[in-house]
Design a protein around this ligand. Structure first.
Ligand code: GLC
Length: 447
């Protein structure tokens, strides 16, 4: 008799060793709620999209010392609040931002609506002390502008929202100052409701900062936020909303945050790498933040998609809303590579062959497998353990490539004279559609 398999519960060390991966998922072990579970097909567009553009822009951008500046430098409330008069967004053109996302090859965006500093970028009645762009220097509703601009460009709309807010003493001492903590929670519920109900269809709700007093994790603070109730409310307005795992509820996908490189096996769950186009020392604008090397970014993208993930890449406009020229240039360079290699990226899944770190990995779609080769010399000596599918054609940029296949797998003779490519893509025809196992039912509890 067959017994029904229960989802596996795994914790830190076991999980890490199962994944054999450098990937470090944030906010593991969130609350479960069958009512919130989104059917796999509702996540399909997101899995197909592969690339998103993240934008961190807020009052902190004026100072240019990172989005944590208010807290790190203990800036007095009055002084920080005064900055809002300078935040006019005079160079903020949402059509330009969204065009840049299109240029990047992004299919969705996620914009910070309110960060930990409490400053809301929309006309928010629920904002504590009315600390919003509508009431100060800009007199604008940037979330309205942003959501409308996304739709004009056919981009899916994502909104980042930080539950916590440093302005509430109850954040730092939730048990000792419960009224303040409750007021902060009320603000979060009101603001999430505004964001979910006033701006048309929202596709992604990207939480952050659900921890308390900078300790524990998003999941240990669930007693305060009651994330299941919060997210049920959000889904009432947007039934197909994808929600990240950082509200204290387990979420629809996992997040790996930061610029560390990706290695290890294919991850059998929906996941997203979140990182900055620049150095990553800050998500908000800094004047001399160096942009990452183009080849490094391309390899990062390949490492992510060959392990079945998405890449959410952050750009930071300056205090007036202008995106630095060097950032725009790099975004466009990356985007033109993406466009050239689109068929090996969009709508693919990672696999079917496990990647070899820094050498190659695979993506596939229908009857095609794409080899993404980073180290052509190392690859030349390898047999790709592909035995389940008979390769019926092998090409590089439309040109035929020699190969042999036997019981051990596939050997490909790369054409001579390929110069300096960060990711050489070889297309294999497989005669029949490639299939992989469904996403694992794994409940990553982590630590
Ligand atoms: C971290 C940082 C926050 C940033 C976020 C982006 O949680 O605290 O500043 O917005 O990562 O993922």
């Amino acid at each position: 008799m067959e017994t029904k398999k229960m989802p596996r519960e795994m914790t830190g060390a076991e999980l890490k060793s199962m994944l054999k991966s450098s990937i470090d998922f944030k906010s593991l072990g969130g609350m479960k709620s069958p009512e919130l579970t989104l059917p796999t097909e509702k996540k399909q567009w997101w899995r197909d999209a592969k690339i998103g553009m993240f934008v961190h822009w807020g009052l902190y951008s004026i100072l240019g010392r990172g989005e944590w500046v208010r807290f790190n430098e203990k800036i007095p409330d009055e002084e920080y609040t005064r900055l809002a008069e300078q935040f006019t967004g005079k160079k903020c053109d949402m059509d330009e931002w969204t065009q840049l996302a299109v240029d990047m090859g992004a299919k969705y965006m996620v914009m910070v609506a309110r960060h930990h500093d409490g400053f809301s970028l929309w006309d928010s009645p629920g904002s504590y002390q009315g600390f919003t762009t509508a009431n100060t220097g800009a007199h604008r509703d940037f979330i309205k502008e942003y959501t409308e601009a996304c739709r004009r460009k056919n981009l899916r709309v994502g909104i980042y929202y930080s539950n916590m807010d440093w302005r509430f003493p109850g954040y730092f001492d939730p048990k000792g100052k419960p009224e303040s903590a409750q007021a902060m929670k009320r603000q979060a519920y009101n603001q999430v409701e505004e964001l979910m109900s006033r701006y048309g269809k929202v596709d992604i709700l990207w939480y952050d900062g659900s921890w308390l007093n900078h300790s524990g994790s998003d999941t240990t603070a669930a007693w305060l936020w009651e994330p299941v109730a919060l997210n049920k409310m959000a889904r009432k307005y947007n039934p197909e909303l994808l929600i990240n795992p950082r509200s204290g509820w387990e979420g629809d996908f996992y997040c790996d945050e930061g610029s560390h490189e990706i290695s290890g096996k294919i991850i059998p769950v929906p996941w997203e790498k979140d990182m900055c186009l620049c150095s990553g020392t800050s998500w908000g604008w800094m004047a001399d933040d160096p942009v990452s090397d183009l080849d490094w970014l391309i390899r990062m993208l390949a490492d992510v998609i060959t392990r079945d993930g998405n890449l959410l890449l952050n750009v930071a406009p300056d205090g007036q809303g202008a995106i630095p020229e060097k950032v725009k240039t790099r975004v466009r360079e990356l985007g033109s590579w993406v466009r050239e290699n689109a068929e090996s990226i969009y709508g693919t899944r990672g696999g079917p062959v496990e990647p070899v770190d820094k050498v190659y990995g695979t993506t596939f779609r229908d009857n095609r497998i794409y080899l993404h080769i980073q180290d052509r010399n190392a690859f030349a000596g390898l047999t790709v353990p592909l035995t389940e599918y008979t390769v019926t054609g092998c090409t590089y940029r439309g040109q035929k490539v020699d190969y042999t296949q036997d019981a051990q797998g596939l050997r490909v003779r790369l054409p001579e004279g390929i110069k300096g490519e960060p990711d050489t893509i070889i297309r294999l025809e497989t005669g029949r559609p490639v299939q992989i196992a469904e996403d694992a039912e794994i409940y990553f509890t982590g630590k």
